[in-house]
Design a protein around this ligand. Structure first.
Ligand code: UD1
Length: 323
């Protein structure tokens, strides 16, 4: 019997991963433990699994509670973070304590508990405005805003704990993950969720800049499968390494707006505003390292992901859709 711990299990990515782990491993008698402080996660995201996991309400900044949550654990998916580039620009200290101190507390807890492997949710924002596309993991990171600096610090810590303490750590650099459960109504919401809800409400979204900036938008199921694959392959394939998790395609914000508008039958034009401080211009991944190391492939395309996402928001926010 193995025990898995998911940090941030009530969040957008963490809750999807937790569901998949329960479905895949619980039938073998494995135990799934999850922790979340509900700062950005939501209790309702756990509805399908709460009675099948060991849940702990716990903040990563609380080192004693984190150490306790690591006891008896073999494998950790470290998904918890205070995300958003603009949030970190506005309030870098709060993001720092969650993302850097929190990650450090987890590593120390894992070391004391003899945890075998950690798969860490890293961020493609680490590449910053580094010239050259697609992004390859060997490129020198050039983070701009505090958030990518914090996530990158976590990567270096992961690598250190592999080299010094032998914990098998792997870092997955996510490229704009989107899908059901992404929070649509916070000032820090990802563009896809935010635009979807606004258009459902009949409101015109604002595009920052000329809208020709691009992102390698990646549907949630791809990120979940990358996590599970990275956790299950032999250590020599992944330990101490960093991997892009993306689709390997770049889509502009203008194009994304147009597809969403069509799916939602939204007839109006977007508003164009000034570019957002701290934003990178473009993002596009080379995903061959993840494919070669642990057999990652794109299971759900950008277009299919958009359709599934819009369907989910229509169901979830039916009262908005009904006007
Ligand atoms: C996102 C993630 C971040 C992750 C990074 C790399 C979110 C909230 N952030 O950052 O955690 O590390 O990808 O994978 O998911 N935009 C508009 N109008 C809006 C909102 C956004 O035009 O109202 C534009 C932004 O200027 C940007 C693009 O949409 O060019 C994407 O923005 P956003 O969804 O916030 O994601 P990232 O900043 O790329």
């Amino acid at each position: 019997m193995a025990r898995y711990l998911v940090t941030g299990c009530a969040g957008f990515i963490g809750s999807h991963l937790t569901e998949k782990l329960v479905e895949t491993f619980a039938p073998n008698g494995d135990v799934i433990r999850g922790l979340d402080n509900f700062e950005t996660g939501k209790r309702e995201n756990l509805t399908n699994v709460l009675d099948r996991i060991e849940f702990r309400e716990c903040d990563l900044r609380d080192d004693a509670a984190v150490a306790d949550a690591c006891r008896g654990v073999d494998y950790i998916f470290h998904v918890a973070a205070l995300p958003s580039v603009p949030r970190s620009v506005k309030d870098p200290r709060t993001s720092h304590t969650a993302n850097v101190d929190g990650t450090f507390n987890l590593l120390e807890g894992a070391r004391a508990a003899g945890v075998r492997r950690i798969v860490y949710s890293a961020s493609s924002s680490a590449y910053g405005n580094q010239p050259g596309f697609p992004r390859v993991e060997t490129m020198v990171p050039m983070p701009i805003a505090p958030y990518p600096v914090q996530k990158l610090a976590g990567e270096f810590y992961m690598k250190s704990y592999w080299q010094i303490y032998g914990i098998e750590t792997a870092c997955l650099r996510y490229f704009n993950i989107f899908g059901p459960r992404q929070v649509p109504d916070s000032p820090y919401s990802g563009v896809m969720a935010k635009f979807t809800l606004m258009m459902m409400r009949g409101e015109r979204p604002t595009i920052f800049g000329d809208g020709e900036q691009g992102r390698d938008f990646t549907y949630i199921d791809n990120a979940v499968s990358a996590n599970i694959l990275a956790m299950t392959v032999p250590a020599e394939k992944i330990a101490g390494r960093v991997f892009n998790v993306a689709c390997g395609e770049r889509h502009s914000i203008n194009k994304t707006f147009r597809i969403l508008a069509e799916l939602l039958d939204f007839k109006e034009q977007p508003i164009y505003g000034p570019p957002r401080t701290g934003d990178i211009r473009d993002s596009l991944a080379d995903i061959s390292a993840a494919r070669d190391a642990f057999g990652y492939s794109v299971a759900v395309s950008f277009e299919e992901g958009l359709r599934r996402t819009v369907e989910w928001y229509k169901q979830q926010y039916a009262e908005v859709a009904a006007g």
